[in-house]
Design a protein around this ligand. Sequence first.
Ligand code: SMG
Ligand code: MG
Length: 374
Amino acid sequence: MNWPAIAVERVELREVRLTLVHPFETSFGRIESRQAILVTAAGDGLEGFGECTAQPAPIYSYESNSTAWHVLEEFLVPALLGRTIRSPEEIGARLAFVRGHPMAKSAIEAAIHDLAARRLAVSLSALLGGTRTQVPVGISLGIEPTIEALVAQVERAVLRGYARVKLKIKPGWDVEPLRVVREAFPDLRLTADANAAYSLSDAEHLARLDAFGLEMIEQPLDHEDLFDHAALAEKIRTPLCLDESITGPETARHALRLGACRIINIKMGRVGGLVRARAVHDVAESAGAPVWCGGMLETGIGRCHNLALASLPNFRLPADLSESRRYFAEDIIHPPVTLSDPGMIGVPSGPGLGHAVLMDRVEKATLRTAGIGP
Ligand code: SMG
Ligand code: MG
C-alpha cells in the first residue's frame, strides 16, 4: 500500500501508569504496573498513537522510561517535527544519527505509522501488508510464589482458551515447575523463557528440560552471546528462540547462520520499530525460520501495534499477546482486546489502530506530559 505524505506538526509525550491485575515476575524482577511513555503525533487534523516498550528501570534492556523520554524530547522528535515524511523508511533514516535507543525510536515511528494509516483510512495491518485476519496467541506466565499457584494460573489460561503457555524460568525455578505443569497438562503447547538467566556451564542442567516437550526455550543465555547460544544448541534437543539478542535484521541473520536459534521472538521496540521488525521477519522467512510476536505488557495502544505486526505471514507461532483483562482492570482503548476464537485475537480492521483511545482513562493514568512543537 502506498504511504501518504505525512506532515508531523506536533508531538506529545505522556508517561502513564496502569496497575497490573496480577504482578509479573521474571528472572530479572517483579513488575506490579505497566509504566509507559505514550507518544501522540499530530498532523493534518489527525492524531496517531505509539507506545514505548521501555520500563521504568533499565533491566530488560539498557533503555528506561527516563532515557527514552530524554532521547525523544531532545533528539528524535525535533528531527521529525515540521518534516514531510514520504515513506516509512524515511523515519528511521532521519533518526539514524542517534545511536541505539531502539525503543524510543520505535515509539515515534509507531505513532507516525498510525497517523499514516488513519490518513489513508486503512488499518495498520493493511498499511503493513498483513495477511491474517486473526492471529494465534498465547499467554506468558510469571514466576509464582509456589508451584500450586503456578498450576492454578496455567489452568485458568487453558480454560480461557490460550493456544500456548509460556513459563518464566530461572535457576531454582525450572525443572520442578515445568515437570509439574507438564504432568498436569500433557498436551499443552508449552515454552519457557529464561531472560538470559543461565550460562553455558548450565548446559547439562538445561538439557534436563528436553524431557518436557517444550516447543522452545527462549533466551537462556546472555543477550550479547550468540556464540554460546550456538554451542548450547548443540547440547540440547529443545529448539532455542532468541529475544533480547535479536536487535535487528543484522543480528537475526548472524544468529540464524551461526545456529544460535531456530526461532525468533520479534518485538518492535527491541528492534527499533516496525520497518526493522518487518526486516527481521523477512530475514527469518528466507532462512525458513518461524517468528512470533513478543510482548512487553503493553497497554492497548502497543497491543494494537503488535496485532498489526503479527498479521504478517511469517508470524507462524502464537504471540505473547493476551486479552486486555489479563493485564488491566481497565485498558485505555475501546473496545478492549478480547479473544475472537479460542487461542485467537482478531486483527483490528478499522482505520489506524482500529480501537478508540480513551483519553479520560489516559488522563487519569498520566504521571507527566511534554508537548513538542507549536
Ligand atoms: O506482554 O504478555 C506480555 C508479556 C510477555 O513475557 C513477556 N515478556 O522476555 O518475553 C519477555 C517478557 C519481557 C517482559 S519485561 C516487561
Ligand atoms: Mg522473552
